[in-house]
Design a binder for this molecule. Structure first.
Ligand code: XMP
Length: 504
């Protein structure tokens, strides 16, 4: 059974689905206009209507399949979703005149949806229209000082709507509200990492049986967890780790040390010479990515061919990739990255993608059960093309070495001051700029290293991390002292947008 989240284009749709899963119920996301047949295929136990950048009375505003009400499923409408419910059952929705955005407070609330909650409740609002009058027989469940319809319910309680966003952290009791909705309709809560791991192992043993599997390991949490999963399921496999010479300091050793003892058949291919030769003279970022991507496929193909009888290729595809490739209202603003591990179909394998139903956090939990050490499991994301996209201009072994050492000093400084996990990702960039400085009594003309640390949820947007000055100071001092080629260190304070996380 699943809670189907219908996506009308809200930036928070994924968050809704994740919150429901955190409460132990399985959720899936479908486009808001999905047909009843599509919805039924997911074996739904309840529906959630998401918010939307549209107003319900705007031309082109997305509407759900009108036949879905005949399914007689509980529905929770959030923001636009609540206004849809009100409008479709004969209530009135009007332009509120001004946009209500930010913190507000429920001054009164009542009913099972607010069970276990007492007193005034802070909530997060983000809407331009409001429900003016309720459909016949509908009830008010909550009010704010200015909005008498902050939460509403149909006469039989099957449909409820909230004007605020229970899914965001700025609504501290939002989790309880969502949990109450699940409890009101006895929705099963059996979505746990342990159960999912057992089920994946069972399914893998069934679908792969005695055949053999090949997979690419990048050192990231997804592919490492995948390799461990195959090992745990007792499936014969060949995990290929291509060292393209653009890895972080000690990365190769760390990956080998964390996977081999847990039974992964890891084959490390040292192809650094080949990559660095192919990259000689390449300065355009896209060309760098293409060169690396193509060569990665070549190397992987050669290794896979050596494996001989492999029938399956395992990939660490995650649920967000599945949502993106399916499209839908919310998909328009999503930028996709091609990991160098993203291999083309013509490799001639059948694909298995055990993580296609999971979000990254869920894979991290599964990885913990599989014994992946925290240093790998909770490590900042690292791009497939590696340090290549952090070296502006030409890639030479000397320049790789400079950026690798700078990255290592920056990251170990974050660990030293225990702020590594305050940043979602942190990195060092070697710029093509040289600047004048003094070293001792001499004039020095050295390279400029840019440090970047960001906070983010899913890399779609990011803000620069407000790292303490003494941490930045320590990193800058060590980098200029320990890397003689570097004369100056700067800190990047650009958010995304307009910047991106990487510099190339
Ligand atoms: P940007 O720079 O677009 O990066 O803000 C967002 C996230 O994606 C990572 N990234 C990549 N990952 N191949 C990858 O596998 C790539 O070509 C690539 N480019 C960027 C980046 O490190 C950040 O986590």
């Amino acid at each position: 059974m699943s809670v189907v989240v219908l996506d009308f284009g809200s930036q928070y749709t994924r968050l809704i689905a994740r919150r429901v899963r955190e409460l132990g119920a399985y959720s899936v996301i479908l486009p808001g206009t999905a047909s009843v047949e599509q919805i039924e295929r997911e074996n739904p136990s309840a529906l959630i209507f998401s918010g939307s950048p549209y107003s319900v009375f705007e031309e082109g505003a997305p509407v759900p399949d009108s036949r879905l009400y005949a399914l007689n499923l509980p529905i929770l409408g959030i923001c636009y979703g609540m206004q849809l419910l009100a409008k479709q059952f004969g209530g009135q929705v009007c332009d509120a005149g001004t946009r209500s955005y930010g913190a507000d407070e429920l001054v009164s609330h009542d009913g099972e949806l607010f069970d276990a909650l007492r007193g005034a409740l802070p909530v997060w609002m983000s809407h331009a229209s409001s429900v003016e009058s309720l459909p016949q027989g509908w009830k008010i469940l909550a009010t704010t000082q200015h909005n008498p319809h902050a939460a509403i319910a149909s006469p039989d309680g099957l449909y409820v709507g909230v004007q605020f966003h229970p899914e965001v952290v700025h609504t501290p009791s939002g989790g309880q509200v969502l949990s109450n909705f699940l409890s009101m309709h006895a929705i099963s809560r059996d979505w746990t990492a342990e159960r999912n791991l057992d089920q994946m192992i069972r399914e893998l043993r069934q679908s792969v049986a005695d055949a053999s599997v090949v997979l690419g390991v990048s050192g990231g949490v997804d592919s490492s967890a995948l390799a461990l999963l195959l090992a745990r399921a007792g499936i014969s496999h060949r995990a290929v780790f291509v060292d393209h010479g653009l890895l972080r300091a000690r990365e190769r050793e760390d990956v080998e040390a964390s996977l081999k003892p847990l039974g992964v058949s890891l084959i490390t291919v040292d192809a650094s010479e080949r990559f660095l030769t192919a990259l000689r003279g390449v300065v355009d970022p896209e060309e760098k990515r293409k060169t690396i991507g193509k060569l990665f496929v070549d190397v992987f193909r050669e290794e896979a061919a050596k494996a001989g009888s492999c029938r399956f290729l395992a990939q660490g595809t995650l649920y967000p990739d599945v949502i993106e490739s399916a499209g839908g209202e919310g998909a328009a603003n999503i930028k996709s990255h091609h990991n160098v591990g993203g291999l083309p179909d013509e490799l001639g394998f059948e694909l298995i993608e055990p993580f296609r139903r999971f979000f990254k956090d869920e894979v991290r939990e599964i990885a913990a059960l599989l014994g992946l050490p925290d240093e790998v499991r909770l490590r900042h994301p690292f791009p497939g093309p590696g340090l290549a996209v952090r070296i502006l201009g030409e890639i030479t072994p000397e320049r790789v070495d400079i950026v690798r050492r700078a990255d290592d000093i920056f990251i170990s400084t974050l660990h030293e001051f225990d702020v590594y996990h305050d940043a979602w990702q942190a990195l060092a960039v070697l710029t093509p700029i040289r600047s004048v400085g003094v070293a001792g009594d001499e004039r020095k003309y050295g390279s400029v290293i840019a440090l970047r640390a960001v906070t983010s949820v899913d890399a779609m947007t990011a803000d620069w991390a407000r790292l303490p000055h003494h941490v930045l100071d320590r990193a800058a001092q060590r980098i200029t002292r320990e890397i003689p080629e570097v004369g100056r260190v700067v800190y990047d304070i650009t958010s995304k947008p307009p910047g991106t996380i990487e510099w190339e």
